[in-house]
Write a protein that binds this ligand. Sequence first.
Ligand code: FE2
Ligand code: FE2
Length: 422
Amino acid sequence: MAKIIVSELEPDMVLANDVRDRNGRFLLGKGVKLTPKHLKIMKMWGIVDIDIEGISQTDMDRKRTAHMAPAILDIADKLTRKRFVHTDLRQEAIRELFNICALRKAEQLTNGARPAGTDESRDSSANSDQNSLTEDTAVYMDPRDLIKKNYIKLPSLSPIFNQINEAISNPRSSATQVANIISKDSGLSARLLKIVNSAFYNFPSKIDTISRAVAIIGTKQLSTLALGTCVTSSFKDIPSNIIDMRSFWEHSIACGIIARIISSYKNNTNTERFFLAGLIHDVGRLIIFKYLPAQAKEALLRARKTNSLLCKTEEEIIGFNHALMGGMLLKEWKLPVILENTIRQHHAPKACQTSLEPAIIHLADIITNALGRGTSGERFVPPLDVKAWEDIGLSTGILSATIKQADRHIAETVHIFFPDEQ
Ligand SMILES: [Fe+2]
Ligand SMILES: [Fe+2]
């Protein structure tokens, strides 16, 4: 029997199994007939999905699609299948993600409008001057050489970034010290206050100073958010004929939000670390776009022409992929090693066994690509590493719950980071 996600439960449904909270504590017994009060309480307890007698998630999906024209469902299925061509639909999690995306696509088609923030039309990367490309831009480079020979100059960040970074790694730095460092930069402070006052945090009263934000959210969490905002402001001059930067950051922010939600299911306390990792997971691609624009365009075009994953064509044309480049950049910036490893391994998380971070960012990136929220150049859903999914150890029900929660916050967060753009 499949599990039904809590947001789709209805009164009078009967529990097929006991309900327990994340710590295994007994909450409701098998056979209980659900009341509206039970439904409300289960959401408060953070229950994701439960077994219901005689109904499966497939039955619920069928109910949701009952009013849709078969032709629309068919088109939605075909379009979604194209995006998922590099995944294994036999994997339970991928199948669930596919069903969610196909249903969303059918809803969009039924409504006759593409919701803001999606999807293929944004994929304008490398479109504008295809003719200027030469056939053989393929060069096999060692990224270390490129940096050593100053062909690629990794961007340096503002002094405030280094101060915050030092404060995070120093266990003796106090909340007041961190608040003072951040408050020195008025632009950074204003943006951080907007973020902590957004619906995502849902604090009952307004937080109007950085010292109060540090006190409420925590020194580490606020510093981590501050590092993220510093990074997004340091990539301003990427050629727009290669990538639409707003779309790039929408992909990154969506990945950060999704990673933060998934980490909260694992009871992680510093969920901002996951937001930061998601926010900067594809930052290596920006270095490639900026310093190797011809090769970047060639990789984008070849990926499009051959329906390949961009990560793979990067390796074919440049000799390394953006994940490796990103890891090197983070090393240069002296960010924590775990973050560096996470970015380096977000397309191959099994290589890192010490933490769940690479696996969670790997999954969050797959969900973000599946939803088509912005793009960092990739047109397909990357394959899911089986071991990463097993290591995360959550049920497939979290996929729908996570997406619903993320949907409410992505647009608002993008607007906070990029208020002046359309
Ligand atoms: Fe990536
Ligand atoms: Fe990505």
